[in-house]
Design a protein. Structure first.
Length: 114
């Protein structure tokens, strides 16, 4: 007779924590982003970013109209808030002359594109 059980009892299913959804941006967040882009001290960047934001916003707006879901609009607002919030750090990196020559070209990682 063995002291070992014939089978191992099943473990209860693991419950993984579900992350809380991100809060929705304020209704006027897109208008505030446009104002921030226009007020950028780098006029060349503002001239590039404003049409890019309007293109992203227009596509998200059309997607939201078709699906009755505001998630695409919220995603655009969050992405552009991140871009605008990190722009000063990128400017400081570029202006500071920090050396980024130790980086690897994307072509070295992925190979030459056809």
């Amino acid at each position: 007779m063995s002291a070992q059980p014939d089978r191992i009892p099943a473990l209860p299913p693991a419950t993984l924590p579900v992350p809380a959804p991100l809060p929705a941006p304020a209704p006027a967040a897109a208008a505030r982003l446009v104002a921030r882009i226009r007020a950028d001290r780098d006029a060349a960047r503002a001239n590039r970013w404003l049409p890019a934001f309007e293109r992203d916003w227009g596509k998200a707006l059309e997607d939201s109209r078709q699906t009755y879901d505001l998630t695409p609009l919220h995603d655009v607002v969050r992405a552009w808030q991140g871009r605008l919030d990190t722009a000063p750090a990128v400017d400081a990196f570029v202006a500071g002359g920090l050396d980024d020559t130790d980086g690897i070209d994307l072509e070295q990682v992925l190979g030459a594109r056809p």
